[in-house]
Design a protein around this ligand. Structure first.
Ligand code: CA2
Length: 149
């Protein structure tokens, strides 16, 4: 099982730490990437970390992951609530998928309560702030380790 993990981030997450800190905190996406890389090194994972505002780019990265990766951590952002295309792409990926949301989507507007991606995810993390990425990476590493046994 590959120890390469894709961490994928959806639209507007490039603004993390720059707007709405009361919802998403003060850390930037570059801070999140730095912390993910440090933890990945500890866990013996190789990381591809991406963000896009374009749905097709996220789908292309999932296709790339199909060929190479042992797991995906994904914060699809607003595409969570709209994208059957991302769900379809994830359904072609045969290894662990963890969905992560920085905010607790269930405490927010009704339209954020439904996720297309949760229908495929092996686990969902919401409301732990940017720490959720670390929890998701640890879970993917555990699932990869268990599959290797
Ligand atoms: O809580 C999350 O991680 C979300 O996936 C974030 C999405 C939102 O649409 C989901 O319902 C929940 C929004 C990402 C936008 O990120 C921003 C960050 C800072 C400032 C403005 C937007």
């Amino acid at each position: 099982m590959s120890r390469l993990v894709f961490v994928l981030n959806g639209p507007n997450l490039n603004l993390l730490g720059k707007r709405q800190p009361h919802i998403y905190g003060h850390e930037t996406l570059a801070d999140v990437e730095r912390d993910c890389r440090a933890l990945a090194a500890e866990l013996g994972l190789e990381l591809r970390f991406h963000q896009s505002n374009r749905e097709y780019e996220i789908i292309d990265w999932i296709h790339e992951a199909r060929e190479t990766a042992g797991g995906i951590v994904i914060n699809p952002a607003a595409f969570t609530h709209t994208s059957v295309a991302i769900l379809d792409a994830l359904n072609t990926f045969d290894a662990p998928v963890i969905e992560i949301h920085i905010s607790n989507v269930h405490k927010r507007e009704e339209f954020r309560h439904h996720s297309f991606v949760s229908g495929r995810a092996d686990g969902v993390i919401a409301g732990f702030g940017t720490q959720g990425y670390q929890l998701a990476l640890r879970r993917v590493a555990r699932l990869i380790d268990e599959k290797a046994k």
